[in-house]
Design a protein around this ligand. Structure first.
Ligand code: TYD
Length: 140
């Protein structure tokens, strides 16, 4: 049984008149060990990132600046999450088709991942993704 679910997670927020501060710690705010951090920036208007699923990697996505939409598809439901604040993020378990779009000017997407980069972890073919999901019934 797949017990991991997509979740919007609020991060601690230290309000200060000198400027606010937020924190993310592995196993405390995100439910995995952080093996990799990458960020997406300078996205030209109208561009779409992602459009794939991971077999193993879990991710936590934060809009550090600006805003963008994360579209998540578990082969049954498709949901859109708009990220536009740096004090929360979205947890994406493995086995979810994901796409990021509608990036605002100067937006900055921070992605924490549970695995090192591994090209073989990607599923790029949507039909294959749906087939694998249906076969496994409840996850990859
Ligand atoms: P990709 O994951 O396809 O980006 P997106 O999902 O945002 O469209 O990665 C784009 C390119 O960057 C691809 O050539 C692989 C490379 N890349 C790495 O080398 N290491 C990484 O950790 C990531 C995420 C990508």
């Amino acid at each position: 049984m797949q017990t991991k679910t997509i979740e919007v997670i609020d991060l601690p927020k230290i309000l200060d008149k000198r400027g606010n501060l937020s924190i993310v710690e592995e196993f405390r705010n995100v439910p995995f060990k952080i093996e990799r951090v990458y960020w997406i920036y300078d996205v030209p208007g109208g561009e779409v990132r992602g459009g794939h699923a991971y077999k193993k990697s879990e991710e936590f996505i934060i809009a550090l600046s600006g805003s963008f939409d994360v579209i998540l598809d578990d082969a049954v439901y498709v949901r859109k999450y708009t990220l536009n604040r740096s004090y929360y993020g979205i947890y994406v378990p493995e086995g979810i088709w994901r796409r990021m779009e509608n990036f605002s000017t100067n937006s900055l997407a921070l992605v924490l991942a549970s695995t090192p980069y591994e090209p073989d972890d990607y599923i790029f073919d949507y039909e294959e993704f749906v087939k694998i999901k249906k076969e496994s019934n409840d996850g990859i």
